[in-house]
Design a protein around this ligand. Structure first.
Ligand SMILES: [Zn+2]
Length: 400
């Protein structure tokens, strides 16, 4: 009997240990993912405080993002100046699209905890900006409180705000049905059929361009770029100009999720029609494939953050790159249609209400799954890939 109890206890212990090990392995990978906006900001502030012990010259600060409903929305940042020579500056930004910050802030946490201690800061400074669109992060929207896609709002001259984007008007009611949201089998099929119809009738590149370029006239619609700049634009312009001031070369990485092959990090450059330091980009991203950017079969956008960085830092050598971690295989036709459906449905619900609580829950879940997949394997892969990519491209940036 005693033998049986002892055996049982040993067996239980082994099972317990196995469960603990499995749990700790999976939780190591996902620890950096925050529960919500407040949790993410708290952790960012915590790491800033801890890093200031080893980097006494570290500057931590934040700016408030004004809101009609929330007085506690901030964009926080850490700046560590180069120790010896102000030659190169690395900028890493998260949360241009609010709901994508779950993942991008996890990458920033991983970077600050694991990669930063291995980086040579003698001639390179670091500016890390957390949550550029805190409203979107907190309220789980891609856009700002004004329904503005911040990545279509970084505009330095008035012109684009007056652009009606006539082509968008053709698809306006299809993209933004002005009625309560009801999600069912038939509405999904109808969406697929209509998308295919428009793609065939107008051509896929033209259809995609009309939608994704951004529009500045319909405030309740998707890809609305605003009527004026959002408050972040001038705040960020000031921060970038003052911080980058003494440096000669700047490497800016803007973190996103949602576009591309599931679990893969895609790199989007600025493309050929923008002044761009192609030779440096090739050196920094040696061995990596740079996707579309603003050329070829990809679409062009107005008011995007990378171009804004390059424009305001035009007297410097700049490498600006968007890192996109794919979720829904949106590079495929079906993936692209489903991505568009989820974006359109989420906006419709917010703007015009829901037929039922069930429709609301479904729409929110689909939207979150698209930008912040809960799958531990996806989350782990994002961090594992980032652990290889970041040291590599930084090493190349320091060496060229
Ligand atoms: Zn994004």
């Amino acid at each position: 009997m005693l033998w049986a109890i002892l055996m049982f206890n040993h067996f239980s212990l082994i099972i317990f240990l196995l469960i603990s090990i499995t749990f700790s392995i999976s939780s190591v990978a996902t620890t950096f993912y925050p529960i919500d906006y407040e949790d993410s900001r708290k952790e960012f502030r915590k790491v800033a405080k801890r890093l200031s012990m080893t980097h006494p010259d570290l500057i931590y600060n934040f700016f408030k993002v004004p809101s009609r409903i929330d007085s506690d929305l901030t964009t926080d940042y850490i700046y560590i100046p180069a120790k010896k020579m102000t030659e190169k500056l690395l900028i890493i930004t998260s949360g241009v699209h609010g709901v994508e910050t779950f993942t991008s802030s996890a990458i920033q946490q991983m970077f600050l905890n694991e990669i930063l201690p291995t980086v040579d800061l003698n001639k390179m400074g670091l500016l890390m900006i957390h949550s550029l669109n805190p409203y979107g992060f907190k309220y789980k929207r891609r856009v700002t409180e004004n329904n503005v896609d911040l990545n279509r709002n970084f505009i330095l001259e008035r012109g684009p705000f007056k652009d009606p984007n006539d082509k968008y008007q053709t698809f306006r009611d299809f993209l933004n049905p002005p009625e309560k949201l009801s999600i069912g089998f038939f509405s999904k099929i109808s969406h697929i059929v209509k998308t295919l119809f428009y793609s065939i009738r107008y051509g896929r590149p033209a259809f995609r361009q009309a939608i994704l370029q951004g529009q500045y006239s319909y405030e309740k619609g998707i890809y609305f770029g605003g009527k004026v700049n959002e408050p972040q634009v001038s705040l960020l312009k000031h921060l970038l100009l003052t911080t980058a001031g003494p440096y000669k070369e700047v490497f800016a990485i803007d973190l996103h999720t949602g576009y591309g092959k599931r679990g893969t990090c895609h790199f989007f450059g600025l493309g050929k029609n923008v002044k761009s330091n192609t030779d440096i980009i090739e050196k920094v991203f040696k061995g990596y494939k740079i996707d579309g950017g603003q050329e070829g079969n990809f679409y062009t956008t107005t008011g995007d953050f990378p171009r804004f960085v390059e424009q305001i830092l035009k007297n410097k050598k700049t490498v600006v790159m968007t890192f996109e971690y794919g979720t829904l295989d949106s590079q495929t036709t079906l993936g692209a249609i489903e991505s568009l459906r989820r974006s359109s449905v989420e906006n419709q619900g917010v703007q015009f209400g829901y037929d039922s609580k069930d429709d609301q829950n479904k729409s929110i879940k689909d939207f979150l799954d698209m930008f912040n997949p809960p799958d531990p394997k996806w989350r782990e892969k994002v961090l594992t890939d980032s652990r290889k990519i970041f040291p590599n491209v930084i090493k190349n940036f320091l060496a060229y």
